[in-house]
Design a protein around this ligand. Structure first.
Ligand code: GLY
Length: 352
């Protein structure tokens, strides 16, 4: 098992990466939240049938009264109604401030459950138990909590670090291969952003990479950005590589494209645009596109720039009239480039 320590200014916690964590979650949660008497599992209907029973048994065995709330799977559940249903359930189940919430599932469950934990009674303990690759390497770590609004993805949320993150590697076994591939878009992101050797390792190994090593390395890189800029006002924004255009693609597809697929398209568009605008070499952009394709990820879209622009402009990464766009310079280094509307339009048009 690997452990990554996250010593954020608001909370220190450990990310555990290994096998068998689900079955031992109860005793660990007992240690993390010693005053808790109840634990609420928030999950979705796909994950519920696979893992909730074993988690419930582990919590009960550790002396906690476990209750469970199940959302329909899919991004459509990550909204105001889903949020109100969760916090109402917590209230009806009598959870107090010293009790704990466990987010069991992928990114959608992690985001909305964390937002519920952060705001219910102005904040209760919460533990992330990500069951998808994407949630393990990105959304479960770093304290971003969110729900979507009709105007766009993740537009309401607060920063609130979890009390622990338990990545049970065995949950990846049940993940459909296409969903695992989608998570690889975020995995490749860390190599492009920060670590050329890691990028080369991923490009060479493809889907056969050492999962425990890769997940821990992604979390270490993410942890470093989170520690440097917990509240996302500076360097942490680099983690949004591929996300500005990606979120527009995801929304315009009516969420039929997954987050990972949309980020893959957004990353390829940003890389092609960066090469055409002289930020990086054609070779750098080519390597990025080749790696995305090697993982079976999409790199093209027929979405028009005029459709994407309004969505990109409502992005929460906007600062006044400027949007911070993450632009590859070399493999292992990206720049934050604030762009006005016309510059953004020119940049992304070049990448399409
Ligand atoms: N997912 C990007 C971040 O946590 O900052």
């Amino acid at each position: 098992m690997k452990e990554v320590e996250v010593k954020a200014s608001t909370k220190s916690y450990t990310v555990y990466i290994g096998g068998g964590l689900l079955a031992r979650a109860g005793e660990r949660i007992r240690a993390i939240a010693p005053k808790a008497e109840k634990a609420a599992i928030i999950t979705d209907d796909n994950v519920d049938v696979l893992y909730a029973e074993s988690l419930m048994a582990s919590l009960e065995k550790a002396g906690l009264t476990a209750v469970k709330f199940v959302l329909p799977h899919g991004e459509e559940s990550k909204n105001g109604l889903g949020y109100l249903a969760i916090v109402s359930f917590l209230a009806e189940s009598g959870l107090s401030r010293s009790d704990a919430l466990v987010a069991l599932g992928g990114g959608m469950v992690g985001d909305i459950a964390a937002f519920s934990a952060a705001t219910y009674l102005r904040g209760i303990n919460y533990i992330q138990m990500p069951t998808s690759l994407l949630a393990m390497v990105d959304s479960s770590v770093g304290g971003k909590t969110a729900i979507d609004l009709p105007a766009g993805k993740n537009l309401a949320g607060v920063f609130c670090q979890p009390d622990a993150v338990l990545c049970d590697m065995s949950t990846l076994e049940s993940l459909p291969e296409n969903v695992f591939r989608q998570g690889c878009a975020e995995v490749l992101k860390y190599g492009i952003l920060d670590d050329a050797k890691f990028f080369d390792y991923l490009s060479e190994k493809g889907l056969g990479f050492d999962r425990e090593y890769v997940i821990a390395r992604c979390i270490e890189i993410k942890r470093n950005y989170v520690l440097a800029d917990e509240f996302d006002t500076g360097i942490r924004r680099k983690l949004n590589l591929g996300h500005t255009f990606g979120h527009a693609v995801e929304k315009l597809s009516g969420y039929t494209l997954s987050h990972g697929e949309s980020v893959a398209i957004g990353t390829a568009v940003a890389a092609r645009a960066a090469a055409k605008m002289g930020y990086c070499s054609e070779m750098c952009a080519g390597k990025i596109e080749t790696a995305l394709k090697a993982f079976g990820l999409p790199t093209e879209t027929n979405i028009k720039i005029d459709e994407a622009m309004p969505i990109m402009l409502s992005d929460k990464k906007r600062a006044g009239s400027l949007v911070n766009i993450i632009v590859p310079e070399t493999i292992g280094s990206c720049a934050i480039v604030p762009m006005g509307v016309e510059q953004m339009k020119e940049f992304f048009s070049k990448g399409l």
